[in-house]
Design a protein around this ligand. Structure first.
Ligand code: BG6
Ligand code: MG
Length: 221
């Protein structure tokens, strides 16, 4: 089967840059201040999900009132902004910039589809924002990953159907969202992306032709 790929849709945190680590350190600081246990394994469950859902997962069965929840999310965001301020263009993950430039040269559209409300400032700090045709972020839809809404919203902005898009994700919630939406998926990194069509450790050395060839393998189409 010949694929008709017209766009690449990238998650941000953990795919374009390692801000997943900044989210971890920010939640960790809040949890230490509030006496809540929080490990790196706990943090893997937060990949791709919204700020509010992250707090719910951190709290587990613990109940707090709405005003406290809001204050804790604001405090975590304050810590995160301090990290965001340290982002420089060399902090794009290996291979990302080259893949974006190659896709552009081949006429493949590029978008970000991130649950984060900090996606645009992060892309500005990375000096990558001009390479994208559309940006879906934590303000774009009500139901974020693992619902497919954000990817579908972003595909609409790109004027493509889901089967014309490849989603790059490092999170289980993100792969599930993309699959539900009907997109092709490339899972990156060490979290559970086992349901992705293709899995890679990272995008270092990734070339458009190789990615399309992997997705065209008969077992997948
Ligand atoms: C996702 C991250 O991209 O954005 C999650 O993987 C994070 O860890 C979510 O919770 C929301 O981010 P923000 O920046 O709006 O708090
Ligand atoms: Mg991610």
């Amino acid at each position: 089967m010949t694929l008709d790929i017209r766009a690449f849709l990238f998650d941000l945190d953990g795919v374009i840059t390692d801000t997943a680590e900044f989210h971890y350190l920010s939640w960790k600081r809040l949890c230490e201040e509030e006496g809540i246990p929080f490990t790196r394994e706990d943090n893997d469950q937060l990949r791709g999900v919204s700020r509010r859902e992250s707090l719910n997962r951190i709290l587990k069965a613990r109940a707090i009132d709405e005003a406290t929840a809001q204050a804790w999310m604001d405090r975590k965001q304050g810590y995160y902004l301090q990290y965001l301020d340290t982002i420089t263009p060399d902090m794009a993950l290996p291979g990302v910039r080259d893949l974006l430039l190659e896709a552009k040269s081949l006429g493949i559209k590029r978008a970000v589809a991130s649950a984060s409300k900090n996606a645009k400032p992060a892309l500005e700090k990375l000096e990558l924002i001009d390479l994208f045709d559309a940006i879906g972020d934590g303000y774009s839809v009500v139901h974020t990953k693992p619902a497919p809404d954000l990817f579908i919203w972003t595909a609409g902005r790109l004027d493509i159907t889901p089967t014309q898009g490849i989603v790059f994700e490092d999170a289980e919630a993100g792969i599930d969202a993309a699959l539900k939406g009907g997109f092709w998926t490339i899972g990156l990194g060490s979290a559970d992306v086992s349901r992705a069509h293709v899995r890679l450790p990272n995008l270092a050395g990734a070339r458009v032709g190789d990615l399309l060839a992997k997705l065209s393998e008969p077992s997948l189409t």
